[in-house]
Design a protein. Structure first.
Length: 169
């Protein structure tokens, strides 16, 4: 049991920041993201031996994060808008701060399903098949959601670009 706990603790220590980033990208709120990570880690702990033997712990946790995000978004009290923006500094994506903000604002404008596809496919670099497995949908759904999401992001970012008069570089 001590070995199991040590292995789990080591995994959490190594992956917690990465999991928080995924959760934030999925739900768009710092506090909800932390709740999603805690839920995912509790579920992972219960299934740790089985999941670790399968060798795909990250995929299991991603799926928990996405499914928990879906469950939470369906609860009535989650329809309230968050009141505390900017508490968690954004991850360094290599973009200027203004460009990161524009991207996060555009990402927040996407419907939840499209946002999940974009996060899994383009932020995490999963294949279409891996994304479909994590979202429990077909590869065709991932492709169509990706196309719609990228088109909408392009539209939103182009409008922001024009509004400020050019790139922030």
């Amino acid at each position: 049991m001590a070995k199991r706990d040590d292995e789990f603790s080591e995994y959490v220590e190594l992956r917690r920041t990465h999991l928080r980033r995924i959760a934030y990208l999925v739900c768009g709120d710092v506090h909800r993201a932390e709740d999603l990570v805690q839920t995912a880690l509790m579920k992972l702990y219960v299934a740790w031996n089985r999941v670790q033997r399968s060798g795909n712990v990250d995929a299991y946790v991603r799926r928990i994060l996405v499914n928990s995000g879906i469950d939470e978004s369906r609860r009535p009290w989650r329809r309230e808008s968050p009141g505390l923006d900017g508490l968690d500094p954004p991850a360094d994506s290599g973009l200027a701060a203004e460009d990161r903000r524009a991207l996060m604002e555009a990402l927040a404008e996407l419907p939840a399903g499209q946002r999940r596809v974009v996060v899994l496919r383009y932020f995490l670099g999963l294949t279409i098949e891996e994304t479909a497995a994590d979202l429990d949908c077909s590869a065709g759904t991932v492709k169509s959601q990706s196309t719609r999401a990228l088109s909408k992001l392009n539209e939103l970012l182009t409008a922001q670009f024009r509004a400020v008069g050019g790139p922030h570089r």
